[in-house]
Write a protein that binds this ligand. Structure first.
Ligand code: PLP
Length: 439
């Protein structure tokens, strides 16, 4: 299978670079770090994605999370077609928005009220505005390596594309905005205590990925989220738990469902995206009723959107969540578990020092002796890993028909549509990928 030339993708990429910066509408898609030509995609079905040169791959990106059911799930497509037949957008309330909001609240009771927006970025942006509005304070604590979208205040030491491109932050963010963000090492409660001791009465909120997966997967140490909640509340600040990536992906109630039974873990606000839109642009910010009712038109915190709660997008999200039952999560967990084992087996067979880290059904691999010995608990340890091994690993997978994330700092995503055949195709590709990573 190797040696495939993505001729049409190459042609399209050249054309794209003539009109779109870098040829892509989101940086990691450009293959900057792994090299080579990004595959332009023609279609996808179930666990497979097909490029414009007619090559089919097993998809381990799943649109970076939304495709929990697999691509083009019949129930979701039916709901989208039916909604589109009624028209594409009204800019007025619809019942589907209410049903989607109720579905989210039923799954995550910490969400007493929520508002639908179109992207995860809008959700986190609104969450920090709400926290500032509720507390009358300006500062935000975030953790290095956590990505919360391209909100000015949250771009410092962020994961995802900034990790991939090794950027400390973004140009164009004013010094004044950057100064309001305190960046701390992940999993480091002493640093959180120290920051609150010094700046406590000026901190509006701590924002954290519920389980970080944008610097690769770096799960919270036991009790970390609960302690954040305690420390923030002791100082009159809010805890924003960003579940844009983990929400309704790692389980029926997201990370909140996995950890929410822990007494004392009490996020004030939560953000969602990805799966809540089932592949169309829907995201949400929700949480404590008193804080959420700070939003206009009830309160003084402004937020709005022409396409917020779009009828076609919310129909896709609702159909996705309604289909995402415990059997779906059972299958996703099983597939992730099998692949984690297969990654380890293949890499160990080639003597590649590594660790496979996971949070629920999200996983990623860090290479190198240190990572193998101690794991990676924060962004500094992630950056110290041998990420230079990833491009060869990635390309060997691609050559063998497996579409992996084009960055070693992203999670692998699987879906309930990954049947045994798809899983076996990945397992068959792994020895060549491990050999490439060993070189
Ligand atoms: N928060 C987290 C945890 C994310 O993973 C992402 C995107 O990957 C975002 C926020 C931003 O979401 P969006 O890309 O929809 O703006």
């Amino acid at each position: 299978m190797s040696g495939h030339t993505p001729e049409t993708s190459e042609r399209y990429f050249a054309r794209a670079r003539g009109v779109i910066p870098g040829g892509v509408n989101s940086p990691v898609r450009a293959y900057g770090v792994v090299g080579g030509t990004p595959r332009f995609i023609a279609s996808a079905k179930g666990p497979h994605i097909t490029d414009v040169d007619g090559r089919e791959y097993v998809d381990l990106v799943c649109s970076w999370g939304p495709a929990i059911l697999g691509h083009a799930h019949p129930a979701v497509l039916d709901a989208v077609h039916a909604a589109a037949d009624r028209a594409l957008s009204f800019g007025a309330p619809t019942l589907t928005e209410v049903e989607l909001a109720e579905e989210i609240r039923n799954r995550v009771p910490a969400v007493e009220r929520l508002r639908l927006v179109s992207t995860g970025t809008e959700a986190t942006m609104t969450a920090i505005r709400l926290a500032r509005g509720a507390t009358g304070r300006d500062r935000i604590i975030k953790f290095a390596g956590c990505y919360h979208g391209h909100v000015d205040a949250l771009l410092a030491s962020a994961g995802s594309g900034l990790a991939t491109l090794a950027l400390p932050g973004s140009a164009g963010v004013t010094a004044a905005v950057a100064a309001e963000t305190i960046v701390l090492p992940y999993n480091d409660l002493a640093a959180v205590e120290a920051a609150f001791a010094e700046h406590g009465d000026t901190i509006a909120a701590v924002i954290t990925e519920a389980a970080p997966a944008n610097m690769g997967v770096v799960p919270p140490l036991p009790g970390f989220n609960k302690a954040l909640s305690r420390i923030a509340h002791e100082h009159g600040a809010l805890l924003i738990q960003d579940e844009v990536l983990t929400g309704f992906r790692v389980g029926p109630s997201g990370w909140w469902g996995l950890e929410g039974s822990v007494e004392g873990w009490d996020p004030d606000l939560l953000t969602f995206g990805k799966v809540v839109g089932g592949g169309l642009p829907v995201a949400a910010v929700g949480g404590r009723r008193d804080v959420m009712e700070g939003l206009a038109p009830m309160g003084p915190v402004y937020q709005a959107g022409t396409l917020s709660g779009n009828p076609v997008a919310t129909a896709a999200g609702l159909a996705t969540l309604r289909a995402a039952d415990t059997a779906v999560y059972g299958r996703v967990d099983t597939v992730a578990g099998v692949l984690r084992g297969a990654f380890t087996q293949a890499l160990a067979a080639e003597g590649v020092p590594h660790v496979v880290q996971w949070a629920g059904n999200l996983f990623s691999t860090f290479f190198g002796e240190d990572a193998a010995q101690h794991g990676a608990r924060d962004y500094a340890q992630v950056q110290a890993s041998e990420s230079w091994r990833y491009p060869a690993f990635f390309h060997a997978l691609l050559d063998h028909g497996v579409y992996a994330p084009p960055s070693g700092f992203e999670a692998f995503f699987v879906s309930a549509a990954h049947d045994d055949d798809a899983v076996n195709r990945v397992i068959d590709a792994l020895p060549a990928a491990a050999k490439a990573a060993a070189a």
